[in-house]
Design a protein around this ligand. Sequence first.
Ligand SMILES: [Zn+2]
Length: 166
Amino acid sequence: MCRNYLFSFNKMQYFTQKESITGCILCHISKHDHKCEELVLWENEYFIISLNLYPYNPGHLIIFPKRHIEDFRKFSETEIMQINRITKACLNLLDETYHPAGYNIGYNMGLCAGASIEHIHQHIVPRYKNEIGIEEIIGGSRILVESPRESHKRLLDTISEKHIFT
Ligand SMILES: [Zn+2]
């Protein structure tokens, strides 16, 4: 039922900083800075998969390079190949865990394009058949059913070697 997929706009602070930090949060996460809450699912030499800071839906992932780049064109050929393979792996993992009806996959590049963080990151947003309309969220008193912390645990329970190809 749609009840499983609700979120609330006032629940946007899960990926919180335990202490105030300066600079790029994704760079801090790459370095496993203890000041950032750990929602990382997987990493290799080049990339990190994490639950999104501000989930649109349960299972909303971001994939980002460990090095700080702000433009898709700065990806090396190796990184392009890797992120495509990691994206496929994430879709398999999400299919198995959440069985969504579809996905939005993409980048917001540049602040005016909606990127809240300049360090490039690819979103994978699972979409569900029974997502509730925005007016019902605003008008109602329903709340998030699954926090990113819960999603993190669920996905960690499901993830295995077969999901990630590097
Ligand atoms: Zn960065």
